[in-house]
Design a protein around this ligand. Structure first.
Ligand SMILES: Nc1ncnc2c1ncn2[C@@H]1O[C@H](COP(=O)(O)OP(=O)(O)OP(=O)(O)O)[C@@H](O)[C@H]1O
Length: 580
C-alpha cells in the first residue's frame, strides 16, 4: 500500500485542497445541529420569529458553503485519483517492459493485464473515496462526538460508549475481507487468462469444434470468480446492519435518558434534539464505513499485487549491462562451453555448447523439438544469461557489451509471428523507428515479400489486421523477416521463420541473405535449408551432437543421415507419385 501511495506525492497540493474543502464542508455540517438547537430553544420555544429568521439565515448560508466546498472537494479528489492512477499504470507498464524474460515468465500475462487495469482502478476508486468519504467519515464521527460533548456531556457519554465496540468490529472485518478479496483478484486473473486464450485461439477452437468445451471452461472460471466475490461481499454486507443495530441502541439510550433529563430540568429539548442529530450523523458516517470496508479491503489486496509487480527485481538472472557501447561489429559468434538452465527448470537445457562462426556466414541449427534450439539463440541477444561458459562476438565477451548496443546489432525473428495493427510499412519500420521508405523496400525485397506487397492496391500502405488484409502464414513470416532486416543487423536470428515458405522462396531468401554481410542463425527442420549452410549445429537433448557442413555431417553423423534420408525419400516419393 505504501509503495502505491508514494505516487500521490506529486498531487499533494490538490490533495491538500480536496481535504481542506472537505474539512470546510464537514465543519459546516457539524455546526448545523447546534444552530437548529439554538433555533428551537431561543426562537421556536419562546415564539420569537426574529431569532428563528436570524438562525435560519445563518443555516442557509452554512448550507451554501457546504454545497460549494463539497463540489470543490470532489473536483480536486477526482483530479488526484485520475492522475494518481495514470502515473501508477504508466510506472507499472514501464516496469513490466523492463522485466527480463525470466521475470516475465514468472507472471502470467493475464495477471499482469489485471494488475494494470482492474487493480489500478480499484486503487483509483479508493483514493477518490479516501479524499471524499474515507477521511470525512471518521472525522464526522469524531466531530459529532466532540460537538455532542459540547452540547451535553452526560448524554454524549452514551454515544461514546458505542464507538470502540464499532471500531474493533470494523478492524476484524477489514482484515478478513482483505484476504477474501485477494482471492477474488486471483480468480479474476484466471478468468482473464481463459478469455485471452480463447480470443487468441479462436481459429483453432472453431476448427476443432471446441466451442462448447471452451464456453464451459469460461463458465467454470467465471462461476469461481462469482462465488469468491459473493463470499467476500457477504462478509462486508454484514457490517452495515451490525453498525446500524449498535448505533440505534445508542440513539434509543439518548432518547430515553434525554426525556428523563428534560423532566428533571437538567437538559433542554434543543440539547436532546442536537445530541440525537449528532447520533444520526455518526450513524450515517459509520454506515458509510461498510462501503469503505469493502473498498479498502479490495484496495489493500490490489495494492499488494501492484507492489509485488513494481518491487520485483526486473533482472533475476542478473543480466548486467557492459560498458562497451560501440565498435565495428563483424558478427563472428563463438560459444565456449556454454551451459544454460532456466530459473524454474530442474536441469540445464543446454550443456557445454562450443562452436565458432565466421562473419557473414549461415549457421543452421537442427534438432528435435525441445532440443534447446530457441534457448541457444536467445542467449546471443542476452534474453537470458548462461550459467557457465562464455559467448563472444568478434572475440569480445558479450557481457562486456552494452545490452542496448548489442541488441541494436541483432535482427531477431521469433517462432511466434507477431504483427501489429497498422500498415505494412509501419510493421516493417517497427524494426527501425527512423527507417526511410527506401530502406523498408530494400528490406522487403531481401525478405522476398516486395512483389507480394506491391500487388495490394495500397502497396506499403495496406492496413493489416482486423480492419485490413489478412496475409498467409508464409507472407507473415517474410514480413517479420523484413522487419528484422530493416535494422541492417550484423547478426540475424531466424527461429523457424522459414517453415511456411515453399522450397523455391526459401532458397531465394537464403541466397539474398548470403549476399549481405550478416551472420544468420537459422533454426530449421528442413534439410533443404541446411544444404548450403556454412555450419550446421545438430542438437540433441541440449547437447551439441555434431557440427560441420552438410557434406561433413552426411559423412559422419548417423542422425543427420537419417534426417536427410527421411526428407529426401519423402520428397522423391512425392515426386514419383506426381509423375505417375
Ligand atoms: N521460458 C522457459 N522456462 C523454462 N523452461 C523453458 C522455457 N523455454 C523453454 N524451456 C524448456 O527448455 C527446453 C528447450 O526448449 P527450446 O524452446 O529451446 O527447444 P527448441 O529446440 O527450440 O524446441 P522447438 O523446436 O519445439 O521450438 C525444453 O525442455 C523447454 O521445456
Amino acid at each position: 500500500m505504501v509503495t502505491c501511495l508514494f505516487y500521490l506525492k506529486k498531487y499533494r497540493i490538490s490533495t491538500i485542497a480536496a481535504i481542506l474543502m472537505m474539512l470546510i464542508e464537514l465543519s459546516v455540517e457539524l455546526i448545523q445541529p447546534l444552530i437548529i438547537s439554538k433555533m428551537i430553544d431561543g426562537g421556536i420555544r419562546n415564539g420569537d420569529l426574529s431569532i428563528v429568521l436570524q438562525w435560519g439565515g445563518f443555516l442557509a448560508v452554512c448550507s451554501i458553503i457546504a454545497f460549494v466546498s463539497g463540489i470543490l472537494s470532489s473536483f480536486y479528489a477526482s483530479h488526484v485519483s485520475q492522475g494518481f492512477a495514470y502515473d501508477l499504470r504508466e510506472q507499472l507498464y514501464e516496469k513490466v517492459q523492463s522485466y527480463s524474460l525470466s521475470v516475465f515468465d514468472r507472471f502470467a500475462a493475464s495477471s499482469l493485464i489485471t494488475r494494470l487495469t482492474n487493480d489500478v482502478t480499484q486503487l483509483q476508486n479508493t483514493v477518490f473515496m479516501g479524499l471524499r468519504i474515507m477521511m470525512r467519515a471518521p472525522l464526522l464521527v469524531i466531530g459529532s462526538v466532540v460537538m455532542a460533548f459540547v452540547v451535553h456531556a452526560k448524554l454524549a457519554l452514551l454515544l461514546t460508549l458505542t464507538v470502540p465496540v464499532l471500531l474493533i468490529f470494523l478492524l476484524v472485518v477489514v482484515k478478513k475481507a482483505g484476504n477474501l478479496f485477494r482471492m477474488v483478484q486471483v480468480k479474476l486473473d484466471t478468468a482473464n487468462g481463459v478469455i485471452q486464450e480463447n480470443l487468441i485461439g479462436m481459429r483453432l477452437i472453431r476448427v476443432y469444434g471446441r466451442m462448447k468445451f471452451e464456453t464451459e471452461r469460461f463458465a467454470r472460471s467465471s462461476q469461481e470468480l462469482m462465488v469468491r466475490t459473493i463470499t467476500a461481499l457477504r462478509l462486508t454486507e454484514l457490517t452495515m446492519p451490525i453498525i446500524l443495530l449498535i448505533m440505534n441502541a445508542g440513539i434509543l439510550a439518548v432518547l430515553w435518558f434525554g426525556q428523563v433529563k428534560i423532566s428533571l430540568g437538567e437538559a433542554t429539548m434543543g440539547e436532546v434534539v442536537a445530541i440525537v442529530n449528532y447520533s444520526l450523523r455518526t450513524t450515517g458516517a459509520l454506515s458509510v464505513f461498510s462501503m469503505i470496508v469493502v473498498n479498502f479491503s479490495r484496495a489493500r489486496a490490489s495494492a499488494q499485487r501492484i507492489a509485488d509487480a513494481l518491487e520485483t527485481d526486473s533482472n533475476l538472472l542478473g543480466v548486467t549491462d557492459g560498458n562497451l557501447t560501440t565498435y565495428t561489429m563483424n558478427g563472428a559468434v563463438t560459444f565456449e562451453h556454454v551451459t544454460f538452465q532456466y530459473p524454474d527448470t530442474a536441469a540445464a537445457v543446454l550443456h557445454d555448447i562450443s562452436f565458432e562462426t565466421k562473419p557473414g556466414t549461415t549457421v543452421a541449427i537442427m534438432g528435435a523439438t525441445g532440443a534447446g534450439k530457441t534457448s541457444l539463440v536467445g542467449l546471443i541477444p542476452r534474453l537470458y544469461e548462461q550459467n557457465a561458459g562464455v559467448i563472444k562476438i568478434d572475440g569480445t565477451d558479450i557481457s562486456t557489451l552494452n545490452t542496448e548496443y548489442l541488441r541494436d546489432s541483432i535482427g531477431y525473428v521469433p517462432q511466434e509471428i507477431i504483427l501489429f495493427t497498422g500498415t505494412i510499412r509501419e510493421n516493417i519500420a517497427w524494426g527501425k523507428e527512423d527507417a526511410t521508405l527506401d530502406e523498408i523496400i530494400e528490406a522487403a525485397k531481401l525478405a522476398q515479400i516486395h512483389d507480394t506487397i506491391i500487388q495490394f492496391p495500397l502497396g506499403y500502405d495496406t492496413i493489416l489486421g482486423q480492419k485490413g488484409v489478412n496475409l498467409s502464414g508464409g507472407q507473415k513470416q517474410r514480413l517479420t523477416i523484413a522487419r528484422a532486416l530493416v535494422r541492417k543487423p550484423c547478426i540475424l536470428l531466424l527461429d523457424d521463420s522459414t517453415s511456411a515458405l515453399d522450397v523455391r522462396t526459401e532458397a531465394s531468401l537464403l541466397q539474398a541473405l548470403r549476399n549481405i554481410s550478416c551472420t544468420t542463425f537459422l533454426i530449421t527442420q528442413k534439410i533443404s535449408s541446411t544444404l548450403h549452410a556454412d555450419l550446421i549445429l545438430l542438437l540433441e537433448d541440449g547437447s551439441l551432437l555434431a557440427q560441420g557442413s552438410h557434406e561433413e555431417l552426411i559423412a559422419d553423423c548417423a542422425l543427420y543421415q537419417r534426417i536427410y534420408e527421411s526428407q529426401f525419400e519423402s520428397r522423391r516419393d512425392s515426386h514419383v507419385e506426381g509423375v505417375k
